[in-house]
Design a protein around this ligand. Structure first.
Ligand SMILES: *[C@@H]1O[C@H](CO)[C@@H](O)[C@H](O)[C@H]1NC(C)=O
Ligand SMILES: *[C@@H]1O[C@H](CO)[C@@H](O)[C@H](O)[C@H]1NC(C)=O
Ligand SMILES: *[C@@H]1O[C@H](CO)[C@@H](O)[C@H](O)[C@H]1NC(C)=O
Ligand SMILES: *[C@@H]1O[C@H](CO)[C@@H](O)[C@H](O)[C@H]1NC(C)=O
Ligand SMILES: *[C@@H]1O[C@H](CO)[C@@H](O)[C@H](O)[C@H]1NC(C)=O
Ligand SMILES: *[C@@H]1O[C@H](CO)[C@@H](O)[C@H](O)[C@H]1NC(C)=O
Ligand SMILES: *[C@@H]1O[C@H](CO)[C@@H](O)[C@H](O)[C@H]1NC(C)=O
Ligand SMILES: *[C@@H]1O[C@H](CO)[C@@H](O)[C@H](O)[C@H]1NC(C)=O
Length: 869
């Protein structure tokens, strides 16, 4: 699974220079199974020619291929490392109907400066096992608004050397005639799309661009370029265009209704010669309050509104559209976001003339007929006929079993990807904000009108992990995860049954354990109106709110003292705060806001901080900190880690390297060994009982930025990430290690879940034979790390790539815009008054936020606040 660079790069001979001088050790890597995806799946595409071949794309965690035999998914982009992390943002995907091993991805994360790189088309001729790359002259936004629209990358079904790609940000339509190797702008296509989701938003300010490209496969035979091509554009005016001459000339498809909506999908039913188009009044994935489903009859040129819900009464737009190629006229459409009471999907077997929903409100009349206790008043609780059973055995945590409210939304939200297997009318899949659902009994919809919704995302792990902890004597892992909370992992290979609850945080920010009483765990996180700190005394099985914090305090990094009586919180809005014995948190004026923090694991009164390149220590339980030492020429302290059993033994990573203190942070030595930058790291079990713990982390060593390990306190380093496991952005990752199991290291990525590794290859020989890194070390190898002087001599091969942005910026920005849901962002309000039982708030919601007199706006989930009495 090697990424081959583009032909241009290879011929320029640049690949040769990338051979690393660093030593390495091979590790076996597997995902810690959370299961169920855990984030937004904006696209799923079946190959129309090979039974069971399908792919899914994610917005921050790469692409996957379906294994239809067991419904599992195989990741295809795990090679992405710090130089290619943006390849995990996949804006479009195309699978070749002729040469079915060919697969293409349009990659790139952001158009703004969070991502410095131009977008690329990745090309594979072996179903995603290996890749070649063509860099485009513009950026691609795989994690930007409208990412579920599509697909904006398409292969001519009759002549597969021809591809089209629809760009964002006014860059227009692009065409390749050589299997995606070279691309040229289609100058005759003059509608780049003008819709902008939110001009005030760093990501929403850019035009979403082209929506989708759909060839009318019926207009040519194999080997000849398809003349008729439809292109949808993200524009509230004219938005569907067509060419009848293979893309030479283009015209608006006359008769298109112009209701101010955006076309999300344009799906061809070839046997019916009909294009089915879903429209929504927002680009998604969170929005949409109005829209239509239309069909365009290609033979007659007639447009027909076939919306399942009338324009006057809809509260959602439409997203995913599926056609059953085995049963022309059988089509499905998903409400993009029906927040309350839950997502809605419709199915028609008469080309949209009539529809049946996957659930239906139980009217008062039915209620009275069916139930003797009809006198129980209608209370707004959505009693429904559910025409589905529900099977989340693969990821039970998808429903919060402590909350009846969350159980309401089983069908899902952000439903842009909806497909029926072209070879099996019973097999369907759809993507939501949290998982892939689907099933194998879809035809039951037409007979008994009841299907089983299953979470079918096994193998997809697309979470952003923010902290990982293996408390001594406790479970193998506790995880802090963006958007879906975090987990107590009883096993690394079995999906946890529930996220951390009571309190339930949408995003868990951090975890720490008390060194002398390791069953005592602190957890910090966010959700609306919730206390942001919780404590457990049984390794994270059960939790209590920590009442030293109020609900107006925003969470952040957290540390708990060795004896578990004091908590240090680096609130993202209140700055540094300390609380002992559940007293109200108080400010720590002597510790800068935003500092990296840690507790000593043995000495209860000692806390550490790092900020602006300097180290801070408190010896009075965090009440006051003293600045002890500048860490060389560092300007940023990225992380502090403390020896689990030795008081005063503390490490820090910075923008200039790795520093070690044995005297409670009073003095530090800088690790030589070629280490010129460090980010997330952890201490784990040593190979020998007498030895110092192994150090694992993301470092730049001799110019190579990767995951490294040292077993001798930083003298020798071995790279343990590899060509197939790059872990994406180095600065965005967190690392954990187990003090009980030698070699056990955890990597929490920003979009590809959590990995665990174990050594499978020999440790590289240290001083004598190895590369420049270790040989330089021979001179300086002592029982303790040496001081700064030797650093300059080792950092020769490549200058350290000092980042212009502090590493933490990357983490917070990309995490905040991570996949599942904007749980952390609250919405802009449009003002106005909602209706009884109407929505009045929620993530991404932009409607009225006040309630009629006598009704109160009450949070029922992150996504939904409702007017209740
Ligand atoms: C990162 O991936 C690129 C390919 O995208 C590869 O050339 C490079 O060697 C990798 N770097 C490391 C440190 O593995
Ligand atoms: C890691 O990748 C980022 C983004 O591409 C880049 O800015 C940074 O310089 C890289 N860091 C290193 C140490 O190579
Ligand atoms: C397209 O129009 C023709 C002619 O009216 C009609 O027979 C056919 O059923 C239409 N197709 C669809 C899918 O509505
Ligand atoms: C949806 O939009 C249509 C067309 O602009 C409008 O007539 C209708 O009132 C809207 N419906 C809702 C529920 O806002
Ligand atoms: C559909 O099947 C599920 C699971 O068996 C059941 O709970 C549900 O009530 C059924 N729906 C209807 C309308 O019968
Ligand atoms: C078409 O759908 C309707 C409504 O779900 C159902 O009653 C009917 O049996 C279906 N017809 C076929 C041929 O599947
Ligand atoms: C944090 O700031 C908010 C807003 O100013 C305030 O309400 C809250 O009490 C503060 N929390 C602490 C612990 O000081
Ligand atoms: C804890 O650290 C403080 C400050 O360095 C020191 O004064 C004290 O003696 C230490 N306590 C123990 C038990 O080592």
């Amino acid at each position: 699974m090697v990424l081959l660079n583009s032909i241009a790069l290879a011929t320029a001979g640049l690949l040769a220079g990338s051979v690393n001088a660093v030593a390495s050790q091979s590790f076996t890597w597997k995902n810690v199974r959370i299961g169920g995806g855990g984030g937004f799946v904006p696209g799923i595409v079946f190959n129309p020619s090979v039974k069971g071949l399908a792919y899914a794309r994610t917005d921050i965690g790469g692409a996957y291929r379906l294994n239809s035999a067991d419904d599992s998914w195989t990741p295809l982009t795990d090679w992405a490392n710090n130089t290619s992390w943006h390849d995990w943002g996949i804006d479009a995907l195309a699978t070749d109907p002729i040469d079915t091993n060919r697969l293409y991805l349009a990659v790139g994360m952001y158009i703004n400066d969070w991502d410095p790189n131009m977008g690329s088309i990745l090309r594979s001729t072996d179903q995603g096992a290996t890749w070649a790359e063509t860099v485009l002259p513009f950026k691609i936004g795989g994690n930007m608004p409208g990412r579920g629209i599509g697909e904006r990358l398409a292969i001519d079904p009759n002549k597969n050397s021809i591809l089209y790609f629809g760009a964002r940000n006014g860059e227009g339509l692009w065409k390749s005639t050589d299997y995606g190797v070279t691309w040229a702008n289609v100058a005759s296509f003059k509608w780049p799309g003008t819709y902008v989701q939110n001009a005030a938003d760093p990501l929403g300010q850019y035009p979403v661009g082209i929506a989708w490209i759909t060839f009318d496969s019926t207009t040519a035979s194999k080997g000849t370029a398809t003349p008729r091509i439809f292109v949808g554009v993200v524009d509230a005016g004219q938005s569907v265009f067509k060419s009848e001459d293979g893309g030479a000339t283009w015209a608006w498809v006359s008769g298109e209704p112009q209701l101010g909506f955006l076309p999300h999908k344009g799906v061809l039913s070839p046997a019916e010669k009909t294009l089915y188009i879903s429209y929504s009044n927002g680009a998604g994935p969170y929005d949409g309050t109005n829209g239509t489903m239309h069909k365009y009859n290609i033979s007659t040129g007639v447009w027909t509104d076939i919306s399942p819900t009338s324009l006057a009464s809809t509260s959602y737009g439409y997203g995913g559209v599926a056609v059953d190629l085995q049963k022309p006229g059988t089509i499905m459409v998903a409400a993009l976001n029906s927040w309350w009471p839950e997502g809605q999907i419709f199915r028609s077997n008469d080309s949209g003339a009539t529809w049946s929903p996957i659930w239906y409100f139980l009217s008062l009349v039915w209620w009275m007929i069916l139930f003797a206790d009809y006198l129980r008043a209608w209370n707004g609780y959505p009693d429904r006929f559910l025409y589905y059973g529900y099977d989340i055995s693969a990821a039970p945590w998808l429903q919060d079993d402590t909350s009846t409210v969350d159980f309401l939304n089983k069908v899902g939200w952000m439903m842009e990807a909806l497909v029926i297997d072209p070879f099996d009318s019973n097999h369907w899949l759809y993507g939501t904000g949290a998982t892939i659902y689907g099933g194998h009994d879809l035809l039951n919809w037409d007979t008994v009108h009841n299907v089983t919704l299953k979470s079918l995302a096994t193998g997809i792990e697309e979470t952003a992990a923010l902290a990982l902890l293996s408390p001594p004597g406790g479970p193998p892992l506790l995880s802090a995860v963006g958007d879906i909370g975090g987990f107590y992992h009883t096993s690394l290979d079995v999906a946890p049954s529930q996220a951390f609850h009571t309190p339930t945080y949408g995003t868990t920010r951090d975890l720490d354990y008390a060194g002398n009483k390791p069953a005592n765990i602190v957890r910090s996180g966010d959700d609306t109106g919730i206390i942001p700190v919780a404590v457990s005394s049984n390794f994270g099985v059960a939790w209590n709110d920590y009442y030293g914090a109020d609900t107006y305090t925003v969470s952040g990094k957290v540390a708990i003292s060795a004896d578990a009586d004091t908590i240090l919180l680096m609130s993202s809005t209140n700055g540094s705060l300390i609380s002992k014995n559940v007293a109200t948190f108080s400010q720590i004026p002597s510790l800068p806001s935003g500092a990296a923090i840690a507790s000593d694991k043995r000495n209860n009164t000692v806390f550490y901080g790092g900020s602006g390149g300097s180290f801070y220590v408190s010896s009075n339980g965090g009440v006051a900190f003293t600045k002890t030492q500048a860490l060389g020429s560092s300007t940023v302290v990225n992380q502090i880690r403390v020896h689990p059993t030795v008081a005063g033994d503390v490490w820090a990573t910075t923008d200039t390297g790795l520093f070690h203190s044995l005297d409670y942070g009073k003095t530090f030595t800088q690790i030589s060994g070629g280490v010129t930058s460090g980010w997330g790291f952890a201490l784990g079990a040593a190979s020998k009982i007498t030895a110092y713990p192994a150090i694992y982390g993301f470092f730049t060593v001799s110019g190579t930025t990767a995951l490294f390990k040292s077993e001798d306190e930083g003298v020798n380093w071995a790279m343990i990430s590899d060509a197939s496991h790059g872990f994406g952005s180095a600065s965005a990752n967190c690392v954990g290690a187990d003090m009980a199991t030698y070699g056990r290291v955890f990597v929490g990525t920003n979009g590809r879940g959590i990995f665990y590794g174990s050594p499978s290859g020999a440790l590289p020989p240290s001083t004598a034979t190895a590369s420049s890194v270790s040989s330089t070390k021979a001179a300086t190898s002592t029982s303790r790390p040496v001081t700064t002087s030797s650093v300059s001599s080792t950092a020769t091969s490549k200058p350290a790539t000092t980042t212009s942005k502090p590493a933490t910026t990357t983490l917070s920005t990309s995490t905040l815009h991570s996949s599942t849901s904007s749980r952390t962002s609250s919405s802009a309000s449009a003002g106005g008054t909602s209706t009884p039982y109407g929505q009045c708030g929620g993530s991404g919601y932009t409607g009225p936020t006040s309630c009629p007199t006598g009704w109160t706006c009450t949070v029922s989930s992150t996504f939904y606040s409702q007017c209740v009495q």
